[in-house]
Design a binder for this molecule. Structure first.
Ligand SMILES: [Zn+2]
Length: 361
């Protein structure tokens, strides 16, 4: 049975180990030590991600449990405080429940299964680095070391029953325009104004919410060198994302055509545009085996799944691109990435009970 006090102190110990992105090693070693004590085979890949296996059985696919190890800033010297059911900080740092509530719940569930000494399904654990700074760990993960093809990622707000079963794929756009500089007052005719060309490009780029599943944004622009110089350089960065793969490709084509036609109107300028997909999306129907297993485990605990479509990305997006189907579950907290972050202890206990249940199925 999940031990509330043990789980709570395990969580508090984990958040007291600083692990801002890029400085995950101390917490990685602590997780590895605890997994080793539970009898897991613990491996590290070249990037410092942690992969572990427990209860491997020939011919039975392991279930993936994953969380990241890094936290956002301000996340050093965290002093957790408990008030009733709620854990928060003194307000000077985040709590680090994202991701350590997920890590603690996984470790507690594995401890319970070890104590009970009953059979459970094989499990593969993946703890990644650098999730908060661009999904770096999951991008560089050595996928030869991962055999699981289905499972869950603990990385959402809200209770464990909050299941993100859809997330978008994303393209990024980097545009560099090179015109020709000239004195703006003396000989503007000789100039090719890069900022004006950028404006032409940007004003007709799709932006904002394009439909329920699709968004686009121009987020950064820089250019020019002086008020009285025709600007030779202008660069901007944009992105678009959709949970609908056909729509995503249609938007990509539209943008491609638009950039090509604006560039053709300005033969004296060089328009260098790169459009690159940086993560895949995923969509798991409620009938998908992963969600069926999650729903059964939730029902056994008297909880109902609630399915959410997200506009953001997690490690599950990167996993999807490597053929691993994973839903993202809540870790029991709220106000992530702020100094108001808090965690419900009841939710934390439910997370551990859920993982125990899903591994027993
Ligand atoms: Zn997170």
């Amino acid at each position: 049975m999940v031990d509330r006090e043990r789980l709570l102190s395990s969580f508090l110990d984990l958040v007291r180990i600083d692990s801002p992105s890029g400085e995950e090693e101390p917490v990685a070693q602590e997780i590895a030590r605890r997994l080793g004590a539970l009898g897991a085979d613990v491996l590290r890949d070249a990037h410092g991600n942690l992969i572990a296996r427990l209860g491997a059985r020939a011919g039975v696919a392991p279930f993936l449990l994953s969380a990241h190890m890094d936290t956002v800033e301000p996340g050093r010297g965290i002093r957790p405080m408990i008030e009733g059911d709620v854990i928060r900080t003194d307000g000077s740092t985040i709590l680090g429940g994202d991701p350590k509530a997920g890590v603690a719940a996984i470790l507690e569930a594995l401890t319970v299964l070890r104590e009970a000494d009953t059979a459970h399904r094989p499990v593969e654990l993946v703890f990644t680095r650098g999730e908060e700074v661009g999904l770096l760990g999951s991008r560089s993960l050595d996928y030869h070391m991962v055999t699981a093809r289905q499972g869950v990622v603990l990385d959402g707000e809200g209770a464990i029953s909050e299941i993100t079963n859809e997330a978008p794929a994303q393209y990024i756009i980097d545009v560099d325009i090179t015109g020709r500089a000239a004195h703006a007052g003396v000989e503007p005719e000789r100039g090719v104004p890069a900022i004006l060309i950028a404006a032409e490009l940007i004003v007709e780029l799709p932006q904002g919410r394009l439909d329920r599943e699709t968004t686009a944004n121009v987020g950064l622009i820089s250019g020019g060198s002086a008020r009285n110089a025709v600007p030779e350089q202008c660069s901007f960065k944009a992105e678009f994302r959709s949970r609908n793969p056909e729509r995503l490709e249609a938007v990509r084509q539209e943008i491609d055509l638009h950039i090509t036609s604006v560039a053709a109107r300005h033969p004296a300028a060089k328009v260098d545009a790169r459009i690159e997909k940086i993560f895949d999306g995923y969509k798991l129907a409620p009938s998908h085996p992963v969600l069926q297993q999650c729903a059964a485990a939730l029902h056994s605990l008297g909880m109902e799944p609630r399915y959410l479509a997200s506009g953001g990305a997690t490690d599950a997006n990167i996993f999807a691109g490597h053929g691993i189907e994973a839903a993202v579950l809540g870790m029991g907290g709220s106000n992530f990435h702020t100094t108001r972050e808090q965690l419900s202890i009841a939710n934390l206990v439910n997370s551990a009970r859920f993982i125990e249940a899903v591994l027993r199925t």
